[in-house]
Design a protein around this ligand. Structure first.
Ligand SMILES: [Zn+2]
Length: 430
């Protein structure tokens, strides 16, 4: 544990990119993140030219080169998301950690290595660090306890020590055993053999500390406070600071821009402050506000069931239509048509499909009618697939689809009313 600090002069605001100041002005406060959906984490894109904002409910908003990798919108969480991290080597995939230690993998290519969910914690979780291999992660709790999963080497822990203030964030250098923890009072703890470059511990702060970023060289770090004040140690290039400005909402997290040329700060309201870095948008702007909330579609009583297809594979549907679907597949097989298909899909998958088939803009995902997408794709939260009550059949022949149209109603499945998708059947023709 270290409590000493180097004296550092806070430099002028002149280094702040002009866009940063503009970015701090909320154009549409009514669409800001907040309350139980407050901004919680910012994750830089793999190429450093964009970022994702992660909210407490697991919403994900992407800017610049950052690509959407999944959302927990509509998923019941036992505790809010508190931190997120990019998964090395897995594109835009990310891990989220919730206050109760639950870990969520968002995006293809990312793997799950375990969590603390359901296990008693002495303090809420506050940070997650990824192994450089992408094959493990470290969870960090507010009491300085650390929990290593996958191939993340245990770096040491403060668990059991009495801290003056809770740990609020963590960072590592290229060696995953070199981990720094920062407490809300500005104290920095260098675990194990991690080099120490100073802290704000013992010095009066205008606002509690909230984030720490490691220098790309591993020879320094930047601390960020809730008022946007920043404090550079070691070789971390001072990026500018918001100290002295009046923020509409406190800063809650920070990310390296351009792999270390600057810094993005995230406000609890989804605002972004770009320090010596390009501004790509924020969750306050009209162009990309947080998506509307909607009741999570849930499969009916009995949950989801896999119905086997005659030639292999299976279709996942709500239990209430499983027997009928099974009989339908059997009847089709008897008639000479070997069918399979896809049924239930998650709310996250529906969002991904809208991005793929309609476009990545807010309107494309949440507003456009399904007919404007190619192929037609229902607005997330409104698809019969999300209830497990629709099936997109695959058939080798047009004759197979014609057979379905004529015979599926006898099994309680009806062709899409608009007639634009010969493969889509559901319990209500929607
Ligand atoms: Zn469909």
């Amino acid at each position: 544990m270290h409590s000493s600090f180097h004296r550092r002069t806070r430099r002028t605001l002149a280094t702040i990119a002009f866009a940063a100041l503009l970015a701090g002005i909320p154009a549409l406060p009514s669409s800001a993140l907040g309350g139980n959906d407050a901004g919680r984490a910012i994750v830089d894109a793999p190429d450093g030219n964009g970022y994702a904002i992660i909210s407490a409910t697991g919403g994900q908003y992407n800017y610049g080169s950052s690509r959407f990798s999944g959302s927990l919108a509509g998923t019941h969480l036992n505790a809010p998301i508190v931190a997120a991290v990019a998964i090395p080597g897995a594109g835009d995939a990310k891990w989220y950690v919730a206050a109760d230690g639950g870990v969520f993998t968002e995006g293809s290519g990312g793997q799950f290595f375990g969590s603390m969910a359901g296990r008693p914690l002495n303090a809420p979780m506050t940070a997650i660090l990824a192994s450089p291999t992408g094959k493990g992660y470290l969870l960090v709790a507010a009491d300085g306890g650390t929990f290593a999963f996958g191939d993340y080497p245990f770096p040491g822990s403060l668990g059991g020590l009495r801290l003056n203030a809770p740990v609020v964030d963590a960072a590592r250098d290229s060696d995953p055993r070199h981990v720094w923890l920062v407490a809300s009072d500005g104290g920095v703890f260098a675990l194990g053999t991690t080099p120490f470059f100073g802290s704000m511990g013992g010095r009066p702060l205008n606002a509690p500390m909230t984030a720490i970023l490691a220098s790309p060289t591993g020879k320094g770090y930047l601390l960020a406070a809730r008022d946007g004040g920043t404090f550079a140690f070691g070789d971390f290039p001072f990026p500018g600071s918001l100290a002295g400005l009046r923020l509409n909402a406190p800063v809650v997290d920070a990310a390296l821009a351009g792999h270390g040329t600057g810094v993005w700060l995230l406000g609890e309201d989804g605002g972004i402050f770009a320090l010596s870095a390009p501004f790509y948008g924020n969750a306050l702007s009209e162009a990309n506000p947080p998506h509307p909330t909607y009741p999570a579609p849930v499969p009916g009583n009995g949950g989801l069931v896999n119905v086997s297809c005659p030639a292999g594979g299976a279709i996942t549907v709500a239990a209430q239509i499983a027997a009928n679907l099974k009989d339908l597949l059997t009847a089709a097989k008897t008639a000479g048509y070997s069918l399979c298909g896809s049924g239930w899909r998650s709310a996250q998958r529906q969002i991904e499909l809208r991005k793929q088939n309609c476009g990545s803009s807010y309107e494309a995902i949440w507003v456009w009618p399904s007919s404007r997408c190619n192929p037609a794709t229902a607005i997330p939260g409104t698809s019969m697939h999300e209830k497990g009550l629709a099936v997109d059949f695959t058939s080798a022949t047009t004759a197979g689809f014609n057979w379905l149209k004529a015979n599926a109603p006898g099994f309680g499945l009806y062709l899409l009313i608009s007639g634009t998708e010969p493969w889509h059947f559901s319990t209500n023709g929607r």
